[in-house]
Design a protein around this ligand. Structure first.
Ligand SMILES: [Fe+2]
Ligand SMILES: [Fe+2]
Length: 200
């Protein structure tokens, strides 16, 4: 593929993701309060999955090793599956996805590109740290979410398992630990994103 084809392909993916919506039958089994809570948490998770695949695709775009590129794209596809689950659940609950998703995608793709340009081992270190933070975040959501929302909980539990595997795979491919200040910036950025997506 030529460079312009590759860029066009990425742009098409961006459009596909920001316009993505999954159908779901309305779920009326939860109380209003539980539903409201689940909507805000699932909106955050849907945004997280938009960002996750943008990160992976940015990293894959600049990865030098064909093997690592393949691995990053595969993980990115799994994040798309997570987006399908979150988006469907959001629809069932009657919630809307975040209006900030295009911004998250663009920002995450840029960050992923920078990591990819620095080099594959740092890029994998970035994956390892991101997934570690995502796992911690999903655990917090499981604590916060009503025990009655079994459908959303099932999704979060399955995602948690797969995000753990993504982190482990990055390690196995030779990830390099990121410096502490970088990890701190990543925590702060995700805190801002997850707080905003709760509301808009
Ligand atoms: Fe994910
Ligand atoms: Fe992941």
């Amino acid at each position: 593929m030529s460079l312009s084809d590759k860029v066009a392909n990425e742009f098409a993916h961006f459009l596909r993701i920001i316009n993505y919506k999954n159908k779901g039958e309305p779920d009326s089994s939860l109380s209003e309060a539980d539903k409201k809570k689940s909507i805000s948490l699932m909106r955050v998770n849907a945004s997280g999955e938009v960002s996750a695949q943008a990160l992976y695709r940015g990293q894959a775009f600049f990865s030098k090793s064909p093997e690592i590129k393949k691995h990053l794209l595969k993980a990115g596809d799994e994040e798309f599956t997570h987006l399908e689950w979150c988006s469907k659940r959001l629809e069932e609950l009657g919630g809307k996805k975040s209006i900030l998703d295009p911004l998250y995608y663009a920002g995450s793709f840029t960050l992923g590109s920078i990591a990819g340009l620095i080099g594959d081992r740092t890029s994998l270190g970035f994956v390892e740290e991101t997934e570690k933070q995502v796992v911690e975040h999903l655990k917090r959501h499981l604590n916060e979410m009503s025990s009655k929302d079994t459908k959303s909980r099932e999704i979060l539990e399955k995602m948690l398992e797969e995000e753990e595997a993504h982190g482990q795979e990055a390690k196995e491919h030779g990830s390099k630990q990121l410096p502490l200040p970088v990890k701190g910036v990543m925590t702060a950025t995700s805190k801002i994103m997850t707080t905003l997506s709760r509301f808009i």
